[in-house]
Design a protein around this ligand. Structure first.
Ligand SMILES: C[S@@+](CC[C@H](N)C(=O)[O-])C[C@H]1O[C@@H](n2cnc3c(N)ncnc32)[C@H](O)[C@@H]1O
Length: 245
């Protein structure tokens, strides 16, 4: 697992609350669930629980699932009355099927091989009711890969609780078998005396084309209802809405 969700989970929590407008994320995803009359949801990759409280407060029957114990510990602290379970999207099994599953924040990027994508989609299919909705976002390979071939380094800053965090990252595309990207990032606290290192993270993330996602969904018995273009803080993304057939 990426160190960002383990040793650096507190740094993630601080930086991403400034990068991402979670209220806007909630508004976006809840509107889709309401359109399909879904009131019960599992959020895969629930992270530090930023969407959980919004769903709960607004009457949804919410449960979060994440691979990382550290992320779940922070989520439980933030969203006190919400349920979170530790699990892997490739293998989890709920006691009861749910009406909808969402996966935001480009969590699908961590499924690098075709086998992992297929295993996860099939498992998600098993955990949904018939007619259930699966809604997730992914990084658009057609825009992202050409952009990072031109510019491989990126610096992000975020101020949270009066601490200024700096992230210096380098993207290295690996186009050997797919549209993967190696992401090396160094995290610092910015102080009057200079940058104090907080830690480093290295991970491989996958970007997708719309055609690939369409194929993965169709071979795992989902029907695509909508594909919505939606920029996120640093990535060109699409959000897919699919129904369990
Ligand atoms: C990019 S973060 C997104 C977190 C949150 N959705 C947000 O927007 O802030 C990805 C999350 O997915 C989790 N994750 C990665 N691989 C996973 C897997 N195989 N099963 C479940 N969760 C996973 C990580 O631990 C992390 O919390």
């Amino acid at each position: 697992m990426s160190k960002l969700y383990a040793d650096l989970a507190e740094v993630y929590a601080a930086m991403y609350t400034t990068f991402i407008n979670y209220k806007a994320e909630y508004d976006f995803y809840s509107k889709i669930l309401k359109k399909y009359h879904k009131n019960t949801l599992l959020e895969i990759g629930s992270g530090t629980g930023n969407l959980a409280a919004y769903f709960k407060e607004n009457g949804f029957n919410y449960c979060g699932l994440d691979l990382s114990e550290q992320m779940i510990a922070i989520a439980k602290r933030k969203a006190l009355n919400c349920d979170f379970i530790q699990g892997d999207m490739r293998t989890f099994k709920l006691d009861k099927q749910v009406q909808s599953i969402i996966m935001a924040g480009r969590t699908i990027s961590y499924l690098v091989s075709n086998e992992e994508v297929n295993t996860s989609f099939l498992n998600i299919h098993h955990n949904l009711d018939k007619g259930g909705i699966f809604c997730f976002d992914f990084i658009d390979a057609n825009k992202f890969i050409p952009a990072i071939l031109k510019e491989k380094t990126i610096v992000h800053q975020a101020t949270h609780n009066n601490i200024n965090y700096v992230r210096k990252a380098v993207w290295e595309p690996n186009l050997k078998y797919g549209m993967d990207v190696k992401w090396e990032a160094k995290y610092y606290k910015n102080t009057p005396k200079g940058l104090i290192p907080l830690g480093e993270d290295s991970s491989v993330v996958r970007t997708f084309s719309k055609d690939e996602i369409t194929l993965f969904l169709s071979i795992n018995h989902f029907e695509i209802k909508d594909i919505i273009e939606r920029a996120s803080y640093a990535f060109p993304t699409f959000v897919v809405v699919a129904e369990k057939k």
